[in-house]
Design a protein around this ligand. Structure first.
Ligand code: 13P
Ligand code: SF4
Length: 301
């Protein structure tokens, strides 16, 4: 029996389903029941009938699935796999800004700890942030934790006043403009596709800016044959699978989210076998985080 056969057997036995983000290793994406960006995965999470969700991603993703489905068992193949940016805001700062502005919405990127989500008026993902912020009745927006996504959303919603936090994704932040320009010299016909977690100087070079799903959909629809991709290299698997005639280039310093790569088939088998690494949250925390997450799902419709 191969490890994949074992995982499939255990999935049936435990009434489990596997969700995976585009950044995990390709062998994990290959066996997943649902693959997607953070928005798609949170939408899918509320429609599942299985008792157990194995979440192949970092901890804020598994936590969000648990908050939206508190009655389900959510297992993380690697409990240490975390998103560095998820911690880059603090309660004191949120309270300070709330005290300063009356007509304020605290908008929390889903890449955040459950603790931070409790203070938010609404959550967003990179796929729906512009739409949701546009639709909010408030004039002032305190956007946490990502300053790069905040600047991008602000550029698309100029009638609102943004207050910026200083969080960032270390992987997207490290992407170098020069390396992208070098690739463009080598491949002048290529379109530049960029995740909005990248710094502004990279967004300015781009032909398309969007979430991981957005990038994959755009590459499929575009008449272009070559693309320079400015996000974590895990998206390469789906880009190449769906577009056999097209070529995708990544920067020389390949953007890799090491935490996402911690998810392996062995760890998936192990949590299915043992029930280890289950996410537990208090009823109070679930209730507090559910509000901004549910509001996101409502406003993104
Ligand atoms: P998506 O919103 O495209 O899923 O991106 C999540 C993420 O972690 C990007 O670094
Ligand atoms: Fe977090 Fe960046 Fe990894 Fe995305 S790529 S999970 S934002 S550390």
């Amino acid at each position: 029996m191969t490890i994949i056969d074992e995982i499939n057997r255990l999935k049936k036995e435990k009434d489990a389903v596997i969700l995976a983000h585009y950044y995990v290793n390709s062998e994990v994406q290959e066996i997943a029941d649902y693959i997607g960006d953070s928005f798609y995965l949170s939408k899918v999470a509320v429609t599942l009938t299985e008792k157990t969700i194995v979440f192949c991603g970092v901890s804020f993703m598994g936590e969000s699935a648990k908050i939206l489905n508190p009655e389900k068992t959510v297992l993380m193949p690697d409990r240490e796999a975390d998103c560095a940016m998820a911690h880059m805001a603090d309660e004191k700062m949120i309270q300070k800004i709330r005290a300063e502005y009356t007509d304020l919405a605290v908008v929390c990127y889903i890449n955040s700890t459950a603790e931070l989500k409790q203070y938010a008026d609404v959550c967003v993902t990179s796929a729906n942030a512009v739409k949701i912020v546009k639709g909010l009745p408030n004039k002032h927006i305190f956007f946490i934790p990502d300053r790069n996504l905040a600047h991008y959303v602000a550029s698309q919603v100029p009638d609102k006043h943004f207050i910026y936090n200083d969080g960032f994704c270390p992987i997207h932040e490290k992407m170098r403009k020069k390396e992208i320009e070098n690739l463009k010299v080598l491949h002048p016909q290529a379109e530049i596709l960029t995740h909005p977690e990248c710094p502004q100087e990279i967004l300015e070079l781009s032909d398309y800016i969007g979430s991981t799903s957005g990038i994959i959909v755009h590459a499929g629809r575009s008449s272009c044959k070559e693309f320079i991709v400015c996000t974590e290299e895990g998206v390469r698997y789906m880009l190449e699978k769906e577009n056999p005639g097209k070529t995708f280039y990544f920067t020389e310093t390949v953007p890799v989210c090491q935490d996402m790569k911690e998810i392996t088939l062995e760890k998936i088998r192990r949590v299915l076998e043992t029930g280890e690494n289950e996410i537990h949250m208090s009823k109070e925390a679930v209730a507090a985080c559910k509000k901004p997450l549910k509001r996101m799902l409502e406003l993104a419709k």
